[in-house]
Each structure stands twice: as C-alpha cells, then as structure tokens.
Design a protein around this ligand. Structure first.
Ligand SMILES: NC(=O)c1ccc[n+]([C@@H]2O[C@H](COP(=O)([O-])OP(=O)(O)OC[C@H]3O[C@@H](n4cnc5c(N)ncnc54)[C@H](O)[C@@H]3O)[C@@H](O)[C@H]2O)c1
Length: 267
C-alpha cells in the first residue's frame, strides 16, 4: 500500500503533466478537506488549470506541505469547519483576499465508526459525523452563496458518496449524513436554478485515499466487491470529473448527483 506522501506525489505528478491548461484562469475556488485525498487532488487539479484556490482543512501541516509550489495562487486557511463562527470569518476573509468566489468544493469528511449495526450505534458518533459531513457543507455553502449571488455566478459541488444513495451496512452515520448531503444538493439546485449558480454532488464508490485506508480491509472488500469494475477509482479520475462539474461549460446541470462508481450505480 502506498504511503500518504507517495500518494500525494503521484497525484501531484499526474496533475502537473497537464499543467499549462488555463480552464480556470481568473477563477477563485474554495476547496475543503484540501490537505488529503480527494480534496488534495481536486485543489491540485484546479490550481494546475489556472484557478486561485483557498485551501481549508483542520490539518494545517498537510496544507502547508502540500501546496508550497503553488504560492501565491493558493492560500491556506486552517480551520475546523464544524465551528460556524470560524467558517463565517474564513469565508469573509477569502472574499476579501481574492475579491470573489466562483467555485466551492466541499470535500472534507469523516467516516466515523464503521462495522457497527444500527442498534449498537453510539449517538455521539451520529452527531459527530453529521457535524462534519452535513452541517459543515451546509454552513460553508450558506456563507459562500451570498458572494456568488452578487455576481450571478457560482459552481458548488458537495462530495457525497454512493453510501448516501445505497446505504452501506455498518455505516449508518456516514451513509445517512451523505444521504442528507444529496438531499441538500437537490434543494439548493432548485433554489438557485435561476441565478447562475449550480449546485451538484458527487457520489464516488471507493477511491483509494487515506479515509479509505483507515477502514478495515473487510469494509473495503465489501465495497469493491459491489463495483462491476472490481477496483477502486483513482484520484485522477475523481479530479477530472470534478473539474468538469465545476467548469463554466457545465451550465445546464444542477441539483444532480454524479456517480463515480465503476458501474455500481446505474440509476
Ligand atoms: N475516498 C473514497 O473512497 C470516498 C468515497 C465516497 C465519498 N468520499 C468522500 O470524499 C470526501 C473526501 O474523502 P477522502 O477519502 O479524500 O478523505 P481524507 O480523509 O483523505 O480527507 C478528508 C480531509 O478532511 C479533513 N477534515 C476532516 N474533518 C475536518 C474538520 N472538522 N475541519 C476541517 N477539515 C476536516 C481532514 O483533515 C482531511 O484532510 C469525504 O467527504 C468522503 O466522505 C470518499
């Protein structure tokens, strides 16, 4: 299994190969969970295609080390996104620092306890997982949308999960929180449909990241066994799809949950 550093290097190399494209030149993006996994890959992809990116994560060290090569196009905002007052201050600071906000990708997330059936779930775990996965995606979007409304343009992407569509056994908190994210996406897509802001979600099956590495092998096998391609998705595949979803070209899709599942979700 690759270490996190090797994983990060592979992502960086893959995205740098494509550097030189200016798809997002002049645009300002916020990526949460940018210190690791999908958020890291997505932030790299947007930066390599010309965006300026505000990087949010509780892991300051990961942000500092991961994005040195992109300063000053990127700026690190180390926060715990479950603190609403900090979220509001940070989004205001980003709007001030960069002058506008075009894109928001909510990627920060936790899996919480796994392998626990519903009657044995600790209610504190449900609260904790909902705080990070659902409430923070809501509060960050709430703080960002007024900035997008001012300019009648925005691309919001909430990273949900196939678990939110299908329900993963032993992952009640995670699956339910992601189902809530998908529900929020449908509401917000419709609410802002006439404003130039689109709101979509992404439902990956298994992408090999530190979040997945932290799960018991049994849980990972349970998930890959359900994927017709019988493999995890790659970070590059995820970042490529995200780049399309948050691009200007993606202008007639909103409230939608994109699947990234190797054939698992066909509905
Ligand atoms: N990896 C997968 O297979 C997979 C599949 C489906 C959905 N997802 C979703 O994709 C998103 C990213 O997952 P990943 O695999 O890249 O995970 P990851 O663990 O590699 O990265 C998550 C990041 O979120 C940050 N974070 C967690 N809690 C935070 C908090 N309170 N405040 C600020 N930052 C916080 C972490 O520090 C970390 O850097 C998550 O929402 C996850 O649920 C992942």
């Amino acid at each position: 299994m690759k270490s996190k550093d090797q994983n990060d290097e592979a992502v960086f190399n893959a995205t740098m190969k494509k550097e030189g494209r200016d798809e997002f030149k002049g645009q300002v993006a916020i990526v949460t969970g940018a210190a690791s996994g999908l958020g890291f890959a997505i932030a790299n992809k947007l930066l390599s295609e010309g965006a300026m990116v505000a990087l949010l994560d509780i892991n300051q060290d990961g942000l500092d080390k991961g994005f040195q090569q992109y300063r000053p196009k990127s700026k690190v905002y180390p926060i715990d996104i479950t603190q609403e007052s900090l979220v509001n201050e940070t989004i205001a600071a980003i709007a001030e620092d960069f002058g506008k906000i075009d894109i928001l990708v909510n990627s920060a997330g936790i899996s919480g306890e796994t392998n626990v059936v519903s009657h044995e779930v600790d209610i504190r775990d449900i609260h904790k997982v909902f705080e990070v996965n659902f409430m923070s995606s809501f509060t960050i979007a709430k703080a960002v949308i007024p900035h997008m409304l001012k300019r009648n343009y925005g691309r919001i992407l909430h990273i949900a999960s196939i678990a939110g569509k299908e329900g993963n056994v032993g992952m009640l908190a995670y699956s339910s929180s992601k189902a809530a994210v998908i529900g929020m996406t449908k509401v917000q897509g419709k609410e802002y449909a006439e404003t130039g802001i689109t709101v979509n979600a992404l439902a990956p099956a298994v992408i090999r990241t530190p979040l997945v590495d932290a799960l018991p092998e049994q849980q990972i096998k349970y998930m890959t066994d359900k994927i017709p391609m019988k493999r995890c998705g790659t970070l590059e595949e995820a970042a490529d799809l995200v780049a399309y979803i948050v691009s200007k070209q993606n202008s007639f899709i909103t409230g939608f949950t994109f699947d990234l599942s190797g054939g698992r979700a066909t509905y």
